[in-house]
Each structure stands twice: as C-alpha cells, then as structure tokens.
Design a protein around this ligand. Structure first.
Ligand code: ADP
Ligand code: MG
Length: 349
C-alpha cells in the first residue's frame, strides 16, 4: 500500500450521479477529523466515451498502486454494449467477496427493528460472467459460470469471517433444486466446508424461501451471515438494505487478496437526485469508515462513525429518503460539528 510519511493515498472513483458531491463531503469530514489519507482522483465516468480504455487502465493502475479505493457508481446504460465498468473493475482486481452489513439504526424508520445481518456474496462469476450470445435470431444463451475454486474461496471467506467477527450462523442461499449443477456445486462445497467449523451453525435455504423469510421474519438471521452466489446476493442484499432504511444508509465492501474497493451497498448512481443537496451521505460516510478500518485507522473510523451515529440518532438529522426534512449539507454539517466537539473534548483530557 502507498504510505508516505505516515499518510496513506487512496484512489477515489467518484463515478456518476451523486458520487462526486458525496466524495467532496467525505473529503471535508476527513479534513475535519485530520485523517492521514490523501485522495487520488480517478475520473471514471459513463460519459467519457473517447478515452474510455485509457481512463479505465489508469484507474486500475492507481488502485493497484494504492491498494484501496473509494467508489461511486459508474452509470451503466442499458444500450451500452460493453461489459459494465463496475463489473469489470471487480473481476480485473479479483475482488471475490462482497460484504454488506445490514444493521438497524435506532430512530431510522423501518419495517423491522434491531436487525443485524451480514451478507456475503460471490462477486466475480455466476451470472456476472459477461457471457451472453445469440446463436440464432430469437434465441439467447446467457451463461452462469460456477467454478470450484471461486466457490471454495467465498465459502471459506464466509466461515472465516464468522469466526473472526463472532457471527453464530451461516445460511447458504441457493436454488439447487432447479440449478442442480451450478447451485448444486455451491451447496455441496458449503455443506462440506461447514465440517471444518463446528463452532458455527450452518443451514441452507432456497432463495425464494429466503426472500420470503427475510421480509417476514428477518430476525431469524440476526447475528449470522447469509452466504450467496452473485445474482441472488445482489437481490437479497438489496432486500436487506431496504429493511434497514434504504440505499442511502448502508455501505458495501469488495475484498480481494490484494485490493479492496469500498462503496455503497446497493451501488446506485442516484442520477435523479444529484446536484439537489438531498441525497443521504450516510452510506458514503460508512464506506469511508469501512476503508479506514481496513487500513488499520480504526480510531479515525470510530471518530467519524460516532459523530454520524449521534447526528442520526440523538440529533435526528434525517434526510428525505428516511422520512426527514434535512438536506445533505445539514447532515454533513452536523457530523463536522460533532467531530469538532469531540476533538475539543479530547484536547482537554
Ligand atoms: P441506479 O443506479 O440503478 O440507476 P438509482 O440511482 O435510480 O439507481 O437509485 C435507486 C433509488 O435509490 C432512487 O430512488 C434513488 O433516488 C435512491 N437513492 C440512491 N442513493 C441514494 C442516497 N444516497 N440517498 C437517497 N436516495 C438514494
Ligand atoms: Mg439510475
């Protein structure tokens, strides 16, 4: 990782929509908290069609040099024939695991309270292999790739995560009754590997039932991990994010052996709400805290997340998406004020 004079450089891919404004807020908060991190901007956006490949390669090189990136979503237009850039970044950098921790925030209105579920999703294969073709007019073949190596990697990651972070249970979500080979392999590997982790409870659940259980009785997954192949993981994670308050609140991590990218859990672009000072910056702040923890800068992460938590709970600074009237800037200012207050307090100790 790139660390000079005690400072860490990280790549920032602001993306489209609300991304650029959200990272300017993250920068302000980092400055306030005197976080020893510098941003290297990689302007990778949907509209840069001319220098497309050059910009993409530069972004990859920057992340490879710095080891970590903060990322907004790059808009993927339905008519764009290329492999989506977001997806290509994950596969090129071998970011095999996506982790989304859905925790209820007190005072944020939601359908269920006191949720605490970790979603671990295979992040580079399955339906996201970019292999679709039309062998003849009116017929499309869309390939879902499942490999033993990558399944073992994600299943191992989930069980190790459970041990490290004291999660009691792993639920493997699948559709092996229909996708007998593809999901069958996933289920088989998960069921075999659980034997190596006798301290962790294990169960499997068919994805349709898991969806129903999650919206009706999500508490049954509390304290555990839902382990999923790529596409189910995408959908189920979004359901879980919806349960704890929506796209503006939750962050997501993409982890590989060498590199990591931190972004919002639901990976939305937010084009329609950009430039209006109404987006909820919480998910981006939490992504930046995840990154700081990954870098071993836990004190700074706690500092910022405590300030944010106070603003959202005690101070009730709620943006429109969670039923409030606060603007983006109101929440940013509240966080900055809370950080300043805490810094003042610590100086007097
Ligand atoms: P996509 O990236 O798929 O185009 P959208 O940008 O349409 O997704 O986002 C999906 C929904 O989530 C929209 O209603 C959008 O306004 C909302 N949303 C996404 N991010 C935020 C945020 N940070 N704060 C508030 N609402 C958000
Ligand atoms: Mg959109």
């Amino acid at each position: 990782m790139a660390r000079y004079g005690g400072r860490q450089t990280v790549t920032v891919l602001p993306g489209d929509g609300i991304g650029p404004e959200m990272f300017s807020h993250v920068q302000k908060v980092f400055d306030t908290a005197t976080v020893p991190v510098d941003f290297e901007m990689a302007p990778l956006r949907a509209d840069l069609t001319i220098k497309r490949d050059e910009d993409f390669e530069n972004a990859i090189i920057s992340i490879q040099r710095n080891g970590v990136a903060l990322k907004g979503n790059i808009e993927t237009k339905l008519e764009d024939p290329h492999i989506p850039r977001n997806m290509e970044l994950r596969s090129r950098l071998k970011l095999f695991a996506n982790i989304v921790h859905c925790v209820s925030i007190p005072t944020v209105p939601s359908r269920h309270n006191d949720l605490d579920i970790v979603m671990i999703r295979e992040n580079t294969e399955g339906e996201y292999s970019g292999l679709e073709h039309s062998p003849q007019p009116g017929v499309v073949e869309s390939l879902k790739i499942a490999t033993k190596v990558k399944i073992e990697q994600i299943v191992r990651f989930a069980f190790d995560y459970a041990v490290k972070y004291n999660r009691t249970k792993v639920t493997a979500v699948h559709k092996a009754n229909i996708q007998k080979l593809g999901d069958g392999l996933f289920l088989k590997i998960a069921t075999e590997m659980k034997e190596q982790y006798p301290q962790i409870q294990f169960q499997s659940m068919i994805v349709d039932n898991a969806s129903m259980q999650l919206v009706s009785r999500p508490q049954q997954f509390n304290g555990g991990i839902m382990l999923m192949p790529n596409l189910y993981g995408n959908i189920i994670s979004n359901i879980a994010c919806g349960l704890v308050g929506g796209p503006g609140l939750v962050s997501g991590m993409n982890i590989g052996e060498k590199y990591a990218i931190f972004e919002t859990a639901t990976r939305n672009t937010g084009t329609a709400i950009s430039g209006k000072n109404i987006a909820n910056p919480t998910a981006f702040f939490r992504a930046s805290c995840d990154m700081l923890r990954y870098l071993g800068l836990d004190n700074y992460a706690n500092f910022i997340s405590d300030a944010l938590f106070i603003a959202l709970t005690e101070q009730g600074v709620h943006t429109k998406d969670i039923g409030g009237t606060a603007k983006t800037s109101d929440l940013v200012e509240a966080v900055i004020k809370n950080i300043n207050a805490e810094m003042k307090k610590q100086k007097h100790i």
